[in-house]
Write a protein that binds this ligand. Structure first.
Ligand SMILES: O=c1[nH]c(=O)c2[nH]c(=O)[nH]c2[nH]1
Length: 309
């Protein structure tokens, strides 16, 4: 038994900057100004006191979902931190503190991303302070579950992520060695153009590290996304399975504070129309349905060398 509100879009200008994150070799990302921070929030609440609203039509304990939306909007203005996950924990905690009939609160959000635009400045092009492009590509994700304890609200579960990554590698990908039987029609390919869609999720060993209050221990979605593209660039992978495993390995190596990394990938590889052109050039087309997918979850025990420092 639960209820809630989803698709609550909220925007904040001049939020606190994310400063002081650790840099990694795969990424130029070292923080963001948060001049424009947007997210689409989903809140779901549960508690025994909501039962009469279902069983007897008694709304005396019901916080209207419209009110929940207003609550989220209001508290975006009160949040002093710099991350999606931090806001979710903050607003979830405020729900529990404000409404005693709520026993648990789950809050998740997809970041609504904006990109800096380059404009001419005194020393060449520089990011505009004012104008941003609405980006429809990959975005950060956060999820927290809060419940009550004797010491107040506690984070029971946490998950972070970067979703809707789409990467194309034009060559140096194979798909060979798979089962060949009477049902197999797919030709082995030593060198295909690989188009992969990917969501990457992670959990922290210590949930508090997800909030970004200690930026050194925060894992920015931008850096995980950059790891994915660098690993893709570096390795001649023999499948999407092979690719996501290597991205997972690298992510856990770079971020020992993580407990696990998981993937939902899908194969959008174009089909060859022509490869009789000069060099590696090809003409390709969209693949028909159905689509293949891969899921994988890993933790530090999957790293060959054991858990790094
Ligand atoms: O990377 C891939 N993994 C598969 O399991 C698979 N199956 C398939 O038909 N194409 C691909 N590609």
């Amino acid at each position: 038994m639960n209820y809630g509100k989803e698709h609550v879009a909220v925007y904040r200008t001049y939020a606190t900057a994310l400063d002081g994150v650790r840099t990694i070799p795969e990424s130029e990302f070292d923080g963001r100004d948060n001049t424009l921070l947007g997210m689409e929030v989903r809140v779901q609440v549960a508690g025994e006191e909501f039962l009469p609203s279902f069983s007897e039509g008694d709304n005396s304990k019901v916080v209207a979902t419209d009110t929940m939306k207003n609550f989220i909007h209001h508290h975006m203005g009160e949040y002093e931190g710099a991350t999606v996950e931090g806001f979710l924990e903050f607003v979830g905690r405020k729900f529990l503190e404000t409404y005693s009939q709520m026993e648990t609160v789950q809050v998740s959000a997809d970041e609504l991303p904006f990109e800096e635009r380059m404009v001419p400045g005194e020393d060449g092009f520089e990011p505009s302070d004012l104008v941003f492009r609405v980006a429809d590509g990959e975005s950060g994700f956060g999820h927290v579950v809060l419940s009550r304890s004797d010491d107040g609200p506690v984070v029971e579960e946490q998950k972070s992520g970067v979703t809707d990554i789409e990467l194309v590698k034009v060559k140096d990908n194979s798909f060979t060695g798979y089962v060949q039987d009477e049902y197999t029609t797919l030709p082995e390919r030593e060198n295909r153009t690989l188009y992969v869609g990917m969501d990457i999720y992670w959990t922290y060993a210590e949930a508090a590290d997800a909030l970004g209050e200690d930026p050194e221990r925060y894992v920015p979605p931008e850096q995980v996304s950059d790891i994915a593209q660098v690993v893709f660039d570096e390795y001649d992978v023999n499948s999407i399975q092979d690719l996501i495993y290597r991205i997972g390995e690298r992510t856990l190596e770079r971020f020992p504070q993580l407990e696990s990394v998981s993937f939902e990938a899908n194969n959008r590889t174009w089909l060859k129309v022509r490869d009789d052109l000069e060099g590696d050039a090809k003409v390709l087309r969209e693949p028909p349905r159905p689509t293949g997918f891969q899921q994988f979850s890993m933790d530090h025990s999957d790293l060959e060398e054991g858990t790094p420092e």
